[in-house]
Design a protein around this ligand. Structure first.
Ligand SMILES: NC(=O)c1ccc[n+]([C@@H]2O[C@H](COP(=O)([O-])OP(=O)(O)OC[C@H]3O[C@@H](n4cnc5c(N)ncnc54)[C@H](OP(=O)(O)O)[C@@H]3O)[C@@H](O)[C@H]2O)c1
Length: 375
């Protein structure tokens, strides 16, 4: 699928949905020619241009989150970061200020995603400080941790990676709508993972009570994040709130602390090592989803290596649907949405301009990439 247009930052025509193709063909490991988050900001010409915008990033104390925050702050936006403890948040704020040339304010929100009460409090605190939000980046996460549960008794990955972010989204949808304008529609960026492929949410055992496998638990939560983005884009896209999913790539971080050394050997030699990115490069796709002009008013897409990679999204369907192939996965996305409302105790967010779910499905309004592929 091509979307070739005159590039905003080069004289030659480039595929705007895959503008950094050349740089990714011969990847040579962290720090090679693949773009960094700051390069994405430069290429989209938004350095200190976004004084009217508000951005919230979860997990900015981590490797990819910090680089994401630095790049978004350099746009001049008012940036909110989350941290489990205020002191961690302050240390991160100083790191951002040291490396960003942006002159927007930075706010810190205390957030412990093990607890939905903490998420709700953080969202309320955000709303006290800002009535509008333009970009919500759901980046925080845990990976392949031993079996455990959150304070609300959900399996750790499902609870932290999915339900905590789901709660933040539903609390902040009105602010995202309030921030949306005809020149810049609000965006939610779900930082997912390529590990979501082939792994669905198990509606019969969301807490993984039987046969726990840490990789599958992580992958399920990342699939849940993508389905949530797709649902939001279908239903709230018409109200001015779009949602995109990304795989950041392979970045060394605390994320690998529970992964077996044998598995990680694949990251240190040969092809695997060539794919590893620096944290600055790992944040590039997220920042592209957030600032990329090509994504204005669009969503329901899955991005990796700063390119449209919607094809893999086809794999994110529930096992029962393999028999009756349903590429749009609508029923499962809506089912997850309803289940997540129940789990979090959040009310359905109704708003002017939204598309009632049954219409979103019937009208085929779901994902832009489906519409574009049909065109
Ligand atoms: N690194 C990779 O290769 C890779 C690959 C695919 C996808 N991803 C995704 O990219 C995102 C960022 O990963 P990363 O590599 O930057 O990981 P990281 O360095 O481990 O950062 C994770 C972030 O999430 C926060 N977090 C974790 N549990 C939390 C909780 N209970 N409450 C509040 N915050 C919590 C951490 O806060 P603390 O600092 O307080 O722990 C930290 O800020 C994640 O969603 C990850 O799944 C990463």
């Amino acid at each position: 699928m091509g979307f070739f247009t005159e590039s905003p930052f080069a004289s030659s025509a480039v595929d705007l949905e895959n503008p950094y193709y050349e740089q990714h063909v011969n990847a040579r490991g962290a720090g090679d020619d693949r773009p960094t988050a700051l390069q994405i900001v430069a290429d989209n010409r938004v350095f200190n241009e976004w004084h009217d915008k508000v951005v919230l990033i979860t997990g900015a104390t981590g490797e990819i989150g910090l680089e994401t925050a630095i790049a978004l702050h350099s746009t001049g936006a008012h940036v909110f970061i989350t941290a489990r403890h205020l002191c961690q948040g302050k240390a991160t704020m100083w790191k951002i200020l040291t490396r960003s040339s942006g002159n927007g304010p930075i706010d810190i929100l205390e957030l412990e995603m093990e607890s939905l009460d903490s998420v709700k409090k953080a969202a309320d605190e955000f709303l006290k400080r800002s009535p509008t939000l333009n970009i919500l980046i759901n980046n925080a996460g845990i990976c392949e941790v031993p079996k455990g549960e959150t304070r609300d008794k959900f399996e750790s990955h499902f609870g932290i990676n999915h339900l905590a972010h789901f709660t933040l989204i539903t609390k902040l949808l009105p602010a995202l709508k309030a921030g949306s304008s005809s020149s810049f529609k609000s965006r939610i960026v779900q930082v997912s993972s390529i590990d979501h492929q082939n792994v669905s949410v198990d509606f019969n055992d969301i807490n993984f009570t039987s046969g726990y496998n840490a990789f599958i638990a992580y992958a399920r939560s990342k699939t849940a994040m993508i389905w949530t983005a797709n649902y939001i884009n279908s239903v709230y896209g018409t109200a001015g709130v779009h949602a995109l999913s990304v795989h950041p790539g392979m970045v060394w971080s605390r994320h690998q602390q529970h992964i077996a050394p044998d598995v990680l050997k694949g990251w240190t030699f040969g092809y695997g090592a060539s794919q590893v990115k620096s944290p600055e490069q790992g944040a590039a796709t997220t920042v592209w989803a957030a600032v990329g002009k090509v994504w204005e008013g669009r969503g329901g897409v899955y991005l990796m290596d700063c390119r449209f990679a919607g094809g893999t999204h086809y794999l994110s369907i529930a096992p029962e649907e393999f028999n009756n192939f349903h590429p749009r996965g609508w029923q499962t996305e809506e089912r997850l949405w309803r289940l997540s409302l129940q789990c979090t105790g959040m009310p359905e967010p109704f708003m002017d301009g939204m598309t009632p779910p049954f219409q979103a499905n019937n009208l085929g309004l779901r994902n832009d990439w489906v519409i574009m592929e049909d065109a």
